[in-house]
Design a protein around this ligand. Sequence first.
Ligand SMILES: NC(=O)c1ccc[n+]([C@@H]2O[C@H](COP(=O)([O-])OP(=O)(O)OC[C@H]3O[C@@H](n4cnc5c(N)ncnc54)[C@H](OP(=O)(O)O)[C@@H]3O)[C@@H](O)[C@H]2O)c1
Length: 366
Amino acid sequence: MTSNPRVVFAKRPGDALPVVGEHIILDTSRTIDLDKVPLNGGFLTKTLILSPEPAIRERMRDPSITSYSTTYTVGAPIVAFAVVLVLRSEKEGINVGDYMYGQTIWEAYTVQPYIEGRINYKPEDWAPDTFDMDSLALRTVPNPNGLYPLSRYTSLLGTPGLTAFVGFEGIVEGKEGQTIFVSSGGSGVGAMVVQLSKLKGMKVIASVGSDAKAEYVRRLGADVVFNYKKQSYESALAQHGPINVYWDNVGGESLDAALEALVPLGRAVICGVVSSDNVPPAERYRLKNSHLIMKKRLTLRGFIVPDLIPQFIGKFMTEVPALMATGKLKSEEAITQGFENAPQAIVNMLSSGHNAVGKPVVVVAE
Ligand SMILES: NC(=O)c1ccc[n+]([C@@H]2O[C@H](COP(=O)([O-])OP(=O)(O)OC[C@H]3O[C@@H](n4cnc5c(N)ncnc54)[C@H](OP(=O)(O)O)[C@@H]3O)[C@@H](O)[C@H]2O)c1
């Protein structure tokens, strides 16, 4: 028998940052017989890489709070993005040695599919109105021995890259010579938006939470990078703006400053609100500049990635690997080693200041 640890969602954290051992626990009580566990027509996978992502936090909310995703069940394992390797298979089209990526149970070994019919799904079948993140399930990695490491399937080719690409293609309408401000420019999504904007010939201003991240985002090509813990959003944008487009990963104070810095008829793409994710409603930042939306005739558009996938998935699958192969799109990953460190990696990903440079990943096995 082989140990089969898993990450369990133990308690809802309310508005606070989740705590390891209280809200997220490592359950090491289970074992699995890798040779004999019944597959029931499915297949057995070994987890290689876990991808801590902000959507995990959203799914920890109380089910009474409406949002863009379904919620986790208390006592059940975390389901989130990962890269896995097929060890045994009874399923046609899935072969031993295949690499797959997508949503799966966060445990060392899993008998798949945990949702029937969701293997190698067609992205165009996604239905944004009834978006259930579990339904994303797994797809086969198209090019495992290709030009890039498997961890790229959690960054440029995973959720962050896809989010940035579809939002950029569908909403930004960037033009050469225009200026874009990207908050959390060092996040997985932000790093991709910075690079896509540079490829369009735009001037890029980015905010980050540490000097090491500032260096990283400069390496990606941003023209101006500031550390929002040392210089306020307002003063940085007054110094380096105005801006034509704002890509918002943060919300709150950064959005307020962007409203001030946007030109008349400018656009804000609202992708994330990480600054309020672990803050009680009464303590959340209140906008002071909302009147400017009308006065400057600004357009603010929120989106979630499935809204735009049917339209842009084909372009993403064709263009992004090609841009990676020619070195025009790059990414770095902040690696945490070991399945046992996965719960803490979730918390670190949610806490500004705890993150190393790059997209957070947990390497479970080589
Ligand atoms: N709309 C969608 O469909 C969709 C899909 C995926 C992700 N998203 C959103 O996109 C954003 C980036 O996601 P990701 O997966 O790329 O994230 P990530 O790589 O895990 O990075 C998140 C970053 O947020 C920053 N952060 C944390 N607390 C902050 C605060 N109070 N103020 C400012 N920055 C803070 C931290 O950077 P610093 O150290 O620089 O502060 C952290 O590294 C998130 O808001 C996420 O919710 C949206």
